[in-house]
Ligand binder design. Sequence first.
Ligand code: ATP
Ligand code: MG
Length: 423
Amino acid sequence: MKKIQAIRGMNDLLPDQSPIWQMVESTLIDILQRYSYQEIRFPIVESTELFKRSIGEVTDIVEKEMYTFEDRNGDSLTLRPEGTASCVRACEEHGLLYNQTQRLWYMGPMFRHERPQKGRYRQFHQLGVETFGMQGPDIDAEILLLSARILRELGVLSAVTLQINSLANAESRANYKAALVSYLTNLQSELDEDSQRRLTTNPLRILDSKDPKTQSLLNNAPVLLDYLDEESKQHFSGLKKLLDAAGVQYQVNPRLVRGLDYYGKTAFEWVTDKLGAQATVCAGGRYDNLVEQLGGKATPAVGFGIGLERLVLLVQEMQELPAELNLQTDVYLVAVGDVTEQAIQLVEQCRDELPYVRFMMHCGGGNFKNQLKKADKSGAEIALILGEDEAKSGQVVVKHLREDIPQQTLLIADAIEYLQTFE
Ligand code: ATP
Ligand code: MG
């Protein structure tokens, strides 16, 4: 029979990879807690309308990347392609934005029907950070410092560059759009195919076209930063000042735009040259209009998303990870003869008294030699050996597997005390 395989672009995470993911995830959560951010969880499936209304009809995500289906009631549902829209929906629905500020995070899978390649998958994972009710630029600086700390504490800061830009308010953006379109219309035939289409649908996206010809045509194009309204200008220079004072290095990239329509004012990306074409590890910005756009009261907001697969790839690229990371056990219990009951009792007592030590109990029988082989393969430092004689006398043999230390037969209480050195 033909075996069923995983969906293309949707990856299994195998046990040899889970330790690095757990290390990255726990570092992220630890840092988020140190910044007093709270976790929020929301469903993976939402009404299709939510994403259309927030991300924008004429975006890559909504036009061609969403997993959309009708459920049995005939409702159009979509697997979330990102978290911001759902986060706003959940906050509004539960009154979290009423007369208060929020600093929130979430972590989980997102779904986009893209062409799978290194760093680009159809199910991928993001850490999302969203803040509400603060106009900034102090909060913009805070989340940038938070993202910088994440990258620094994971040892990848030297592999990334922070790029920032201001996308202005809606009105100045519209003025700029008109200027850009009139400049590019004359060059229309020379643009790449996607950009030609975007000229009428979403011209700002042409700025981050990956096509070299289009990029060179943009060299003389009008620059968004020249069109900033007074408020956006002040916000942007305020942010730059705070980043300078905090010692965060950045480049102003006037062509940086985001693939989602809801951004205005601050936009930023942490980019790397270590992951091929998938350069953006972390991306975000300000979206002061989104809450209102989704039916709530106007609420300033700023946030970012980190692609966890890309972050993990980068950590692996930059750090020699300690070998212990992949060891799952410290002590392996070998039980020879008719001693299963005593073995279970012993290992549970050990787990009670030594909560920081990881025990693996041999299961499935086998002779002494075989069990000892398994103990060695488990990576454990020590084997506890329980035979029928030991079981009768309330003793156990302590055998070092990696160091040249003579084995000892100890009373159980003494063996437990001996193992305390692991804590
Ligand atoms: P890209 O330009 O790489 O397509 P994007 O602008 O679509 O990214 P966002 O929607 O801002 O990305 O998502 C935030 C982050 O999530 C990205 O910076 C990236 O690290 C990660 N990400 C986005 N799409 C994917 C994907 N298909 N596979 C893996 N990670 C992704
Ligand atoms: Mg994309």
